[in-house]
Write a protein that binds this ligand. Structure first.
Ligand code: ATP
Ligand code: MG
Ligand code: FE
Length: 336
């Protein structure tokens, strides 16, 4: 089975051909980071325009590198939700036209389900059910993966996502966009205990997150230091912030796994590239005797392979779409 996956939900135009659900034949990612950097974040209209310019070349390259023709494919999978609407529309329109003209099934994929699927690409034997912590630029969810295509949200953020917290604190610290990776690098030589940062309590579900208080705390700390003319060691602050985010994510995930009786835990999403988060969750799982899986680093950020992989499982489950498929900016995993 050969599935082409197309991703355009944010600032990466990506396409990939995946064979038999888990073997990556090609994976092409064209990132717009350099362009959005100037503005300190993603500018939606620029993102849409770049997707429009790049998508044909990216898809063509993915087919070429896989040595596969459009007519060899069993289906065309595309991210249709959630994300920037103008960005999603480019991928959805393109995939629809391609599927209709080649007479191939069109397969809708939820972007977060795609992130979760990255572990199938890294671990050939991983099977549901398990519990997944998805931490990315726009989401922080603890998800019960009931089957390849059924999900239940056990915990979610009430405000900012973990990636947003990394990026906004990084910006206040003077790092370029996206700041997550710069915090990660700075943290390597910093003292994790230099700053005592808050673990915010969240009213409601015991597995929910809140990161806006932590973000405000870091921004205030920098602001106050600037007013007083005192120096803040950026590496120490980065290490303290990263350690705190890693502890919050890990605590809740372990609590949820115990309460919901999961002994298999996975990590996914852009923030799964973070050294501190990877170490904290894998150590905590080892202590509890849980099986733990996390994607190889190159699959943590947005890519087409995760969409092709999840698209393959959707296709097997009979999840396809017709020409009425539309892009959706906000869509809970439970509504798919
Ligand atoms: P979503 O998946 O929620 O729609 P997105 O697709 O924009 O959002 P991803 O590409 O999945 O987000 O992840 C990007 C996020 O991951 C950014 O916030 C980025 O800073 C963060 N990130 C990437 N690498 C690291 C790292 N090493 N440490 C911390 N954060 C990181
Ligand atoms: Mg991105
Ligand atoms: Fe993403």
């Amino acid at each position: 089975m050969l599935i082409l996956g197309i991703e355009s939900s944010c600032d990466e135009t990506a396409a990939s051909v995946v064979k038999d659900c888990r073997t990556i034949l090609s994976s092409v990612v064209s990132t717009q980071i350099e362009e959005h950097k100037k503005y300190g974040g993603v500018v939606p209209e620029i993102a849409s325009r770049r997707h429009c310019e790049n998508i044909l070349g990216v898809v063509r390259q993915a087919l070429d590198e896989a040595d596969v023709s459009l007519y060899d494919l069993d289906g065309i999978a595309v991210t249709y939700a959630p994300g920037l609407i103008g960005a999603l529309l480019v991928g959805v329109s393109f995939a629809k036209a391609l599927a209709m003209s080649a007479g191939k099934p069109l397969i809708p994929v939820h972007h977060i389900a795609g992130h979760i699927a990255t572990n199938y690409l890294t671990f050939p034997d991983l099977e549901p059910p398990y519990l997944c912590l998805v931490a990315s630029g726009g989401h922080s969810h603890i998800i019960e993966v009931l089957s390849y295509t059924e999900f239940r949200v056990a915990g979610r953020t009430h405000d900012d996502a973990a990636g947003e917290c990394f990026d906004k604190c990084a910006r206040a610290m003077g790092f370029p966009y996206p700041g997550g990776v710069h915090i990660d690098n700075a943290a390597k030589t910093g003292d994790r205990n230099a700053f005592r940062l808050p673990h915010p309590a969240v009213a409601g579900s015991e597995f929910d997150f809140s990161f806006s208080g932590l973000k405000t705390n870091v921004i205030n700390l920098l602001h106050n230091a600037e007013q007083k003319g005192t120096e803040i060691n950026r590496n120490d602050l980065a290490a303290s912030l990263q350690g705190t985010i890693a502890d919050i994510l890990t605590d809740k995930t372990i609590k949820a796994a115990e309460a919901l009786s999961y002994k298999k835990v996975t990590l996914a999403g852009g923030v799964s590239a973070n050294t501190g988060v990877r170490a904290a969750l894998s150590e905590a799982c080892a202590k509890k005797g849980f099986e733990f899986y996390m994607p190889e680093k190159k699959l943590c950020g947005d890519n087409g392979a995760m969409i092709a992989c999840q698209g393959s499982y959707n296709f097997i489950a009979g999840i396809t779409a017709d020409e009425s498929l539309n892009a959706i900016a906000t869509l809970s995993m439970e509504e798919i």
